[in-house]
Design a binder for this molecule. Structure first.
Ligand code: NAD
Ligand code: WQD
Length: 335
């Protein structure tokens, strides 16, 4: 059985579907601070079996002890955490507590239970502003905000732990920009309030919930002047997790890999692709650069291919079509 923390969230829920498809039993732990309980019903439909679900917090060490005592957990996938860059600048203590302290509590509970297989959601944010693209795993790391720093700190904690206790099997998966939704339209990203990220914002403009998109800067040194990112379909990302777990079972060690496509698209490329997928026009206006943004960021995905025999398969058209299907059917509980 796999313990999936944050399993009702965006990436965690899609990974639950991929894990169930690969034959794994699931136990989800989520405090629902950024997701809804009815995701479990949707997962039951998609997985063909209802995953076990506990509403609770990864910082609750007594609860964790009970979970490991009561369930035959063989590995942990750790998605639970806070992820909004701007909010992390305003609330650093909350971010370090949730992300760093939460991970420490989880690792301590795992060690007590002698469960030593761990997959961690890291991020391309650990590369800061890269000196060049595509980005390889051996590029220098840096952080410019507490969210990114929490990822750096956790990556370092995992490396130290592995050095001290080499029987741990751990993966640090550095996601690029996850977008898209499950093709069923049953699960997807459901941000609270005004979306920070491009794709959910564009989808809300297309559906008429927002009037226009602000394009944060068109004076970057890129072909059309707007920022370039490596957008990866969340189902590809989910499958990367299953491949990483298989790898850890076979080989062990401490694995650090990029999960990206190796292709970059600009903000305006995304707008155009979404207009085609939705048949709607996406009005936008050019605004000044967003603080902390970088010009371009895309992965060298070759290590993941080599180590995990995994690569992203789904293209931009599918990412947009799946978000559009989700957005139209979405029963968003959030205003
Ligand atoms: P999400 O907010 O949709 O999912 C996170 C889930 O964790 C939510 O369901 C939330 O309720 C839960 N959670 C938060 N704190 C918790 C706690 N203390 N105890 C229990 N549950 C808790 O986010 P996501 O996009 O699915 O991200 C998952 C992970 O991937 C996060 O660690 C995030 O930092 C990382 N990541 C995300 C992106 C991205 O762009 N979405 C990119 C790189 C890395
Ligand atoms: C993409 C591009 C914006 C919104 C963030 C985190 C990163 C990772 C993924 C967790 C940029 C532009 C956006 C808008 C815009 N998360 N944009 N108007 O900034 O690459 O990465 O999410 O680990 O840590 O920093 O993603 O989707 O916010 O932006 O023009 O309303 O879209 O400037 O060029 P980003 P994003």
């Amino acid at each position: 059985m796999i313990l999936v923390t944050g399993g009702t969230g965006y990436i965690g829920s899609h990974t639950c579907v991929a894990l169930a498809k690969a034959g794994h039993e699931l136990l989800i732990l989520d405090n629902l601070c950024n997701s809804q309980a009815d995701v479990v019903d949707r997962l039951e439909t998609l997985c063909g079996k209802r995953p076990a679900f506990i509403q609770g917090d990864v910082r609750d060490s007594q609860l964790l002890g009970d979970l490991f005592d009561r369930h035959p957990i063989s590995a942990v996938m750790h998605f639970a955490g806070l992820k909004a860059v701007g909010e992390s600048v305003a609330k650093p203590l909350e971010y370090y507590d949730n992300n760093v302290h939460g991970t420490l509590q989880l690792l301590a509970a795992m060690r007590r239970a002698q469960v030593k297989t761990f997959v961690f959601s890291s991020s391309a944010t650990v590369y800061g502003d890269p000196a060049s693209v595509p980005i390889r795993e051996d590029f220098p790391r840096s952080a410019t905000n507490p969210y990114g720093r929490s990822k750096l700190i956790i990556e370092d904690i995992l490396a130290d732990l592995h050095r001290a206790e080499p029987d741990w099997r751990m993966a640090r998966l550095r996601y690029f920009n996850p977008v898209g939704a499950h093709e069923s339209g049953l699960i997807g990203e459901d941000p609270q309030g005004i979306p920070n990220n491009l794709m959910p914002f564009v989808a809300q403009v297309a559906v008429g919930k927002r009037e226009f998109l602000n394009v944060w800067g068109n004076d970057y040194p890129t072909p059309d002047g707007t920022g370039i990112r490596d957008y990866i379909h969340v189902v590809d990302l989910a499958e990367g997790h299953v491949a990483a777990l298989d790898y850890l079972k076979r080989k062990g060690g401490l694995l650090t890999v990029n999960l990206g496509t190796g292709r970059g698209y600009s903000v305006l490329d995304m707008v155009k692709a979404f207009e085609i997928a939705s048949g709607r026009s996406i009005p936008y206006q050019i605004a000044s650069r967003r603080a902390g943004d970088i010009a371009q960021c895309w992965a060298d995905p070759s290590l993941a291919r080599e180590m995990l025999n995994w690569k992203a398969e789904r293209g931009l058209d599918q990412m947009c079509a799946d978000v559009w299907r989700w957005q139209q059917g979405s029963r968003s509980a959030h205003p």
